[in-house]
Design a protein around this ligand. Structure first.
Ligand code: FES
Length: 185
């Protein structure tokens, strides 16, 4: 739902008016749930238990994959990074040729790098120099250039972070971490 939950919607009437279209589109019939049979309740419990078991197994498998993936990154020098001026950005590919990424050098001289795919629907983000943030042109998403966190728009999570190492004047990509934290706004 893209409806704004702000101070304009701080009483029940405002909230009900805002969600009315969604209630029409996705009606919820209370009468249908009034009488739940014992058999239906048991079926619900069995399905819930199965779903929890499958979810736990899925998390375990994902954890194993993630830890294995973290070990397979091959460090790669980012060509041109040493000549990057503060306030500028360049594109590179990491960890494979299919993975586009963006390196930004902020005004304080620090380097930050992210996978270039927006976490909403995978449009490429770019560095907006005036506002000093990463922006997605598809649906006006915005990300903090120092953290990758979502500033506004529909993206559900931060950008994937490219882990960097500065080796003398050179900048190397040494890993990639999924932007896992849910947005807080
Ligand atoms: S794809 Fe980036 S905001 Fe939708």
């Amino acid at each position: 739902m893209s409806t704004k939950l702000t101070e304009e919607m701080n009483d029940e009437g405002d909230v009900r008016r805002a969600v009315a279209p969604h209630q029409r589109d996705f009606p919820y019939e209370r009468g249908e749930e009034a009488h739940v049979t014992r058999r239906e309740f048991c079926n619900f419990l069995a399905l819930t238990s199965t779903a929890l078991f499958v979810s736990a197994a899925g998390f375990a498998a994902q954890g194993a994959l993630d830890s294995r993936g973290a070990e397979t990154f091959v460090p790669a020098k980012i060509e041109g990074a040493e000549a990057l001026a503060p306030g500028a950005a360049l594109n590179f590919r990491y960890p494979t040729e299919d993975d586009t990424a963006i390196l930004v050098r902020t005004a304080d001289g620090q380097y930050h790098a992210y996978g270039q795919k927006c976490t909403h629907l995978a449009c490429p983000v770019y560095y907006e120099r005036q506002r000093q943030r990463l922006e997605c042109p598809c649906h006006e998403g915005g990300f903090d250039v120092s953290t990758g966190n979502v500033l506004y728009g529909p993206p559900p999570r931060p950008l994937d972070q490219i882990v960097l190492e500065v080796r003398g004047a050179e900048v190397w990509a040494v890993g990639r971490k999924a932007g896992e934290h849910e947005r807080s706004v």
